[in-house]
Design a protein around this ligand. Structure first.
Ligand SMILES: NC(=O)C1=CN([C@@H]2O[C@H](COP(=O)(O)OP(=O)(O)OC[C@H]3O[C@@H](n4cnc5c(N)ncnc54)[C@H](O)[C@@H]3O)[C@@H](O)[C@H]2O)C=CC1
Ligand SMILES: NCC(=O)COP(=O)(O)O
Length: 341
């Protein structure tokens, strides 16, 4: 059995912060996927990966490869690695800004491989945003960095997806105060349209149902607890519906994620980061996947972060990274089946 369908190039998996759990997750994901795929190539420092394997007592043979083309052939027996050297030896749990060029270089190289059609998509290990900001990194996170690298026409949209729930935050990595101050009807509409398109094209849902969250307790209680629902959210829902999107709401945020409510929609359009991410991480931290919508390439990622507190202990759950690799491969297959012959 081959590790990936021959028509699909391997995925490109980035390093993430080398002081975090990304390295051990890469090793564990290879062990889980080596037999049935999808195949991937790690853009990483082979000496650090070998060091983590030795530290944990894991048997993970590495293969140095020059490109994804070689990765598919060796994936079943060895973890293919395209070398990106860390300038300083990483220490578990102690992120070092000196390694930022490797962290960012890994992402840049993965994007270039996907743009060239040599990788089926990009899967990113978690980065430490605060560490990168200290080096002058000017993007809030991967989502916006990838938008710039891949030349996205519009700001990309962050979707978190699990078999239990899909959520999108309209405002992302800003303070709650800034989210409230900057929330605009136009941005809710733009995000809702991108979500509907992403669900159709990336997930094969022909007519997605989108539940739109309110902002205030009880969705404002008819204006007694805030006016954002009639002033900002309802006009966006009406515009989305006029544009052919099956959007409804604004829903009271405290009850829209119950098991019963989740049966009524394909994705929840939420107004700020934690409104979206708390429910999905609470329901399915180990199965949730972060998907960037609106890029010309496919990008997924585990839903969690660098988990510095447990790095190097071998206890980090690889479920979310494995789910991210599987979902990227599914999306790549769906995209290539739709591509003109
Ligand atoms: N896609 C990305 O690059 C992301 C990066 N981050 C970054 O990660 C750093 C740490 O963020 P936190 O808010 O502390 O979130 P975190 O997800 O790193 O950790 C939160 C808690 O979950 C645990 N945890 C996380 N992943 C786990 C796994 N696979 N198995 C078992 N336990 C796990 C951690 O030990 C910790 O207790 C920040 O710098 C943040 O910017 C956070 C989310 C996504
Ligand atoms: N909270 C989600 C997160 O931090 C992921 O951000 P990104 O790096 O994928 O943009």
């Amino acid at each position: 059995m081959s590790a990936a369908p021959p028509s699909q190039p391997p995925l490109a998996l980035t390093m993430g912060d080398p002081a975090g759990i990304g390295g051990e997750l890469t090793l564990a994901a290879w062990a889980r996927l080596r037999a049935e795929g999808p195949a991937f190539v790690a853009l990483d420092d082979p000496s650090r990966l070998a060091g983590i394997a030795a530290h944990l007592g894991w048997e993970v043979p590495l293969a140095s490869v020059s490109g994804p083309e070689e990765a598919a052939a060796v994936f079943r027996d060895r973890l293919p690695v395209m070398t990106i050297r860390c300038p300083v030896p990483p220490v578990f749990g102690q992120p070092d800004p000196a390694n930022a060029p490797a962290v960012l270089g890994s992402i840049e190289r993965a994007v270039a491989l996907a743009q060239a059609g040599r990788a089926g998509g990009v899967v990113t290990n978690p980065i430490s945003k605060a560490t990168l900001y200290r080096t002058g990194f000017a993007f809030p996170g991967h989502t916006e960095f990838l938008g710039a690298l891949a030349g996205a026409a519009e700001p990309p949209v962050m979707l978190l997806a699990s078999p239990m729930l899909r959520v999108v935050p309209v405002t992302i990595h800003v303070s709650l105060r800034q989210a409230l101050d900057t929330l605009r009807t136009e941005e809710i509409i733009r995000t809702g349209l991108a979500l509907a398109r992403g669900l159709r094209e990336g997930f094969g849902i022909p007519a997605p149902r989108i539940a739109v969250a309110g902002l205030n307790p009880h969705a404002g209680e008819e204006g007694a607890m805030g006016d954002e629902e009639p002033r900002l959210v309802l006009p966006a829902i009406e515009a989305l519906r006029a544009g052919g999107v099956d959007a409804f709401g604004p829903l009271p945020p405290d009850t829209m994620f119950t098991a019963r409510a989740r049966q009524t929609y394909d994705a929840a359009l939420c107004l700020y980061h934690d409104q979206a991410l708390i429910p999905i991480k609470t329901l399915d931290m180990d199965g949730g996947v972060n998907v960037t919508l609106g890029l010309p390439i496919i990008r997924t990622s585990p839903d969690h972060g660098t988990a510095f507190g447990i790095a190097g202990q071998g206890i980090a759950d690889p479920g979310s990274l494995v789910a991210a690799l599987r979902l990227a491969a599914e999306m790549a297959a769906r995209r290539s089946s739709k591509a003109p012959a």
